[in-house]
Design a protein around this ligand. Structure first.
Ligand SMILES: Nc1nc2c(c(=O)[nH]1)N[C@H]1C(S)=C(S)[C@@H](COP(=O)(O)O)O[C@H]1N2
Ligand SMILES: [Mo]
Length: 352
């Protein structure tokens, strides 16, 4: 790590707070923007192309000057420092393939699955390597991440997009300060030049247009960690307690058959799709009779944080077939059948 230490600039009392925000050229266009992904039956590739990956932007897209861009690492650390783009690129890098999922709108009740999902390869510096340079104090329990964007979302003004991560997750070897996706520099809408990537956790935690990572002893107090992105904790029996939108719950999508596809009897129907979650998926069951009977599909194990392929050939009788797939993770968490943001996918087909 010594070589990395030489190439960063440690901060002293002359450091001007928020000076990293000078890299912002403009927020343009301003306002909420979402680019919806293709439907699951059009997401056939294992690695999702940039053109097919959804985009979610709350307050507008930040245009960042890559020459002025810098990342400040400060807060409860022994040695706060700043690193520029060239210095970051000189550090050892890592590639991680990970599913990337948006939680969905934080303004509506989470009762529908929107399948805002893809699977991509990120390249960047392991955040832990940067933390080792800074040397966090023992009371640093959270990492706050700031984006260069500002504006308003859901009627609430914010001077920055700010998220937080508990230190355990921030120290995990998969958390990247990333500058490439699928081998190409991050574009403007993707959060370039540099963004945070938090594999296994909802996209909202992966701060785009990253400019500052600050070690703190408590959760961040901005709108994106208080008003938005907390959900009812299903493990709480009182039904009142909330938890942050952090870990991705088990989910699945059916790629084949396509909705409305017709098969001629007698036939085998090949059902396949993808399953993912913060924890590895260990079982996917498929039904072709709307849930009366379930059969276990073949499932590929997980390598990194990528989504997992499931396949099943079923012999289907004549008639309208209601096909569903249900994923269970290694801790036993299972998709709900309905009325939740990760409920099972349903595809209707006809066997004639
Ligand atoms: N700075 C900043 N980071 C952000 C957002 C944002 O609006 N501003 N949106 C978040 C949300 S909700 C998601 S799902 C992901 C989306 O990343 P993508 O647009 O590259 O798919 O970025 C997250 N990071
Ligand atoms: Mo999101």
């Amino acid at each position: 790590m010594a070589e990395n230490c030489q190439s960063v600039q440690f901060l002293d009392e002359t450091h001007v707070p928020d000076s990293e925000r000078r890299a912002l050229v403009a927020v343009q266009p301003q306002g909420f923007f979402i680019r919806h992904p293709p439907k699951p039956h059009d997401l056939e590739e294992n690695l999702t192309d940039e053109a097919c990956l959804f985009q979610t932007i709350h307050m507008g897209a930040a245009i960042v000057d890559p020459v002025r861009w810098k990342l400040v690492i400060d807060g409860l650390v022994e040695r706060p420092f700043v690193i520029d783009f060239q210095q970051l690129r000189q550090m050892p890098c890592k590639k991680i393939v990970s599913f990337h999922e948006c939680y969905g709108s934080p303004l509506v009740a989470p009762t529908k699955n929107v399948w805002r999902i893809g699977n991509v390869e990120w390249t960047g510096v392991v955040f832990r390597d940067l933390l080792e340079i800074a040397r966090p104090h023992p009371e640093a329990h959270f990492v706050w991440s700031d984006g260069l964007d500002s504006g308003a979302f859901g009627g609430v003004a914010a001077d920055r997009y700010r998220k937080d991560l508990p230190i355990d997750k921030a120290l995990s070897p998969e958390v990247l300060v990333a500058y490439e996706m699928n081998g190409k520099p991050l574009g403007k809408e993707r959060g370039g030049p540099v963004r945070l990537v938090v594999p296994g956790w909802f996209g909202t935690n992966s701060t785009k247009w990253l400019c500052r990572l600050s070690l703190q002893d408590r959760r961040a107090q901005g709108p994106f960690t208080t008003i938005f992105y907390n959900e009812l904790d299903p493990e709480d029996t009182t039904g009142l307690r909330k938890r942050p939108v952090w870990k991705v719950q088990p989910n699945a999508m059916i790629v084949r058959p396509r909705p409305g596809e017709t098969f001629l009897c007698p036939c085998d129907v090949d059902v396949w799709g993808r399953a993912w979650g913060a924890e590895e998926i260990v079982r996917v069951e498929v039904t072709v009779d709307g849930g009366d009977t379930w059969e276990e599909a073949n499932l590929l194990p997980r390598e990194m944080f990528e989504w997992q392929l499931f396949t099943l050939r079923v012999i289907s009788p004549r008639g309208r077939r209601v096909i569903q797939a249900r994923a269970t993770d290694r801790l036993g968490a299972q998709q709900a059948l309905r009325q939740s943001r990760n409920h099972v996918p349903t595809v209707e087909t006809q066997v004639e």
